[in-house]
Design a binder for this molecule. Structure first.
Ligand code: FE2
Length: 164
């Protein structure tokens, strides 16, 4: 198996996992279930921390040669938005009971993240045009990010070199 093939498989699997967590989170807000929402937000933060980290540290820089700086800047800005949404979601779900307005807002914030998940998966189309050792370096960065294990909000507040 080539590094590009391995990358494509793990990248898709990670997006599926985040997709499913976000869809469940929309349902949890629909049910006004703050406890369930808290559990799901923690799972989303745990999964997306290392994922977005290796995207920014190893994948996005490799895509500037293909897309140019403007579109890669947009990808990073999308991550800023997802981080801000995650912060607000964590705050919302911290309430013992959710009002209708809070539940509506929680579902809205969660849905705003969903298109980034499906859009991001399409980047595979470009990564597969890169040399195989480039895909190998992205996989190495993935392993390092998983080993570091910072959740999204911890990473965003510490090791990330942009402020959301
Ligand atoms: Fe992604």
């Amino acid at each position: 198996m080539t590094a590009v093939q391995e990358f494509t498989g793990v990248f898709r699997a990670e997006h599926r996992q985040v997709r499913d967590l976000l869809l469940e989170l929309v349902r949890a807000f629909g049910d006004r279930d703050a406890g369930r929402a808290r559990t799901l937000i923690a799972a989303v933060a745990e999964a997306t921390g290392p994922h977005i980290r290796y995207e920014e540290e190893a994948m996005c820089p490799q895509l500037t040669g293909i897309f140019g700086d403007a579109y890669v800047g947009k990808l990073l800005a999308n991550h800023d938005g997802a981080i801000r949404n995650a912060r607000e979601l964590l705050w919302l779900a911290g309430h013992d009971e959710l009002t209708d307005e809070q539940a509506r807002r929680g579902a809205e914030l969660t849905r705003q993240i969903l298109p980034h998940v499906s859009d991001c998966d399409g980047l595979t189309m470009m990564v597969e045009t890169l040399p195989d050792d480039t895909a190998g370096r992205i996989l190495s960065a993935r392993k390092a990010a998983l080993d570091a294990g910072l959740d999204l909000l911890t990473w965003a507040a510490t090791a990330r070199d942009r402020r959301a």
